[in-house]
Design a protein around this ligand. Structure first.
Ligand code: A2P
Length: 288
């Protein structure tokens, strides 16, 4: 098990990825994003997760530079947005994210949401075409690793039938009360690292009495319990906060271990804090 936030998972291509990342969904661009990313790097995080759709790549890039930490010491992820599907648009989307972030490579680039059958009959071809753009930029050295987000096994099976390089990561909603463990395990068994978005249930699980009682037993906060829970499921957590003290505290999870019995209880919790976003409902397409 990991002993610090800079310990790494190893991706299928050998690239090392720090075991906790700082998430930036809903973090406003500009000064807020820059200050938050700097606070995360000051607190010792070396892994930052953003996306074009978050609209904060400029501020995130500013935070990276402001931190004074060398670019090659930081693992930086961004994501491809649904409006940019297809080979040519994907190439341009990577170039846009690089420009906004002020960097010349990404450590990881993810397809944010799959194109799905409900909206697009030729969804398999659209996803494969987008992925060819990912493979091109990976081979060109602009992306050190490539993966997907919010892909269920049926989307992955279709993609893996048509692609040359398999996705190395699948980022899914994951927290106590919504683990979608079948999808997580399927990705892990097919060679992908599973990552957790909203590992704290976007804050919605933090007041739960069962979780509070369990966290208290370990002398930790519920947020720390959630982050540790992900790690003990071999899922890489991406907690976010805009408050420096919480940013630091959320990664202070290496001085305790959740017992097998409590892990089983966490995995068996009734649904809590589910975002409501499912790929087949195409939430992203609906708002794009
Ligand atoms: P804030 O930014 O005010 O700290 P997730 O990572 O699952 O998406 O959850 C993020 C949400 O949880 C944000 O609303 C964030 O609010 C809140 N949050 C993050 N860390 C903590 C914490 N340690 N205690 C309480 N709330 C937290």
């Amino acid at each position: 098990m990991f002993t610090s936030k800079t310990d790494c998972f190893t991706l299928a291509n050998g690239v090392q990825i720090p075991c906790i990342g700082y998430g930036t969904w809903q973090t406003p661009d500009g000064e807020t994003a820059a200050a938050c990313v700097k606070a995360a790097l000051d607190a010792g995080y070396r892994h930052i997760d953003t996306a074009f759709a978050y609209g904060n790549e400029t501020g995130v890039g500013e935070g990276l530079r402001r931190s004074g930490v060398a670019r090659q010491e930081i693992f930086l992820t961004s994501k491809h947005w649904v409006t940019e599907r297809g080979y040519d648009k994907t190439i341009k989307a990577v170039e846009t994210s690089l420009r906004l972030l002020g960097t010349d490579y990404l450590d990881l680039y993810l397809v944010h949401w799959p194109c799905v059958a409900k909206l697009t009959p030729e969804w398999k071809e659209v996803n494969a075409d987008t992925w060819r753009g990912f493979e091109r930029m990976y081979k060109d050295g602009k992306l050190r690793a490539i993966g997907v987000s919010n892909y269920f096994p049926n989307h992955l099976e279709a993609l893996m039938d048509m692609c040359e390089i398999k996705p190395m990561v699948n980022q899914l909603e994951f927290h106590p009360g919504y683990t979608q463990m079948d999808n997580i395990r399927w990705s892990q068994e097919h060679g992908m690292l599973a990552q957790a978005w909203s590992p704290l249930g976007s804050g919605a699980v933090l007041a739960d009495p069962t979780l509070n009682a369990m966290a208290e037993k370990y002398g930790k906060s519920v947020a720390q319990l959630c982050v540790r829970f992900a790690l003990q499921c071999d899922v890489l957590p991406l907690p976010k906060s805009t408050k420096p003290e919480r940013i630091a505290a959320n990664a202070d999870v290496f001085d305790f271990a959740i017992s097998d019995e409590d892990m089983a209880a966490l995995l068996a919790m009734p649904q809590l804090g589910f975002s409501g976003f499912l790929p087949e409902d195409a939430p992203a397409d609906a708002i794009a």
